[in-house]
Design a binder for this molecule. Structure first.
Ligand code: CO
Length: 151
């Protein structure tokens, strides 16, 4: 294990520094509650971010099957159709239809007291495009949705 880690570190050092110089991971945080809400309606990703690490916290107490929350990102026009198709997908599939290519990024579904995160490249986003984030747990998109802006 130690050796593996050493090799991993070494290969990072040996890789051309230029390959990493422009990388910028931008961190976003959003919290969710037992009242079926997010604490933010808008998220912004600066133009120079090469990837986004989104952390979702569930500050409530209810179980995932009762008040599950995730964070799903799609183009705004795709949000409601993706939520509709996720209705019957079940908690085990994070209420997202398997292989749904309209989903740009998503976290898993979590219950009260839990947190989760997802990292995705901004190459999946276009400047000027409207993106919507929402919770795909059945019915939650009505209250749990917001806008993500890039650039
Ligand atoms: Co939810």
């Amino acid at each position: 294990m130690k050796t593996l880690r050493a090799i991993a570190c070494l290969s990072l050092v040996l890789a051309a520094p230029g390959a990493f110089a422009a990388d910028k991971v931008c961190k976003l945080e959003i919290a969710s509650t037992d009242q079926m809400s997010y604490d933010k309606k808008e998220l912004a990703v600066a133009a120079d971010c090469t990837s986004v690490e989104l952390t979702l916290k569930h500050t409530g107490k209810l179980a995932v099957a009762q008040m599950g929350h995730n964070w799903v990102l799609t183009k705004t026009a795709d949000a409601q159709p993706v939520a509709n198709d996720g209705l019957t997908a079940g908690v085990a599939n994070d209420h997202i239809k398997k292989g749904d290519t309209r989903v740009i990024a998503h976290t898993k579904l979590i219950g009260g007291g839990q947190s989760t995160s997802v990292t995705f490249p901004t190459s999946a986003l276009k400047k000027g495009e409207a993106y919507t984030f929402f919770c795909s747990f059945p019915g939650h998109i009505a209250l749990m949705k917001g806008t993500l802006k890039f650039g």
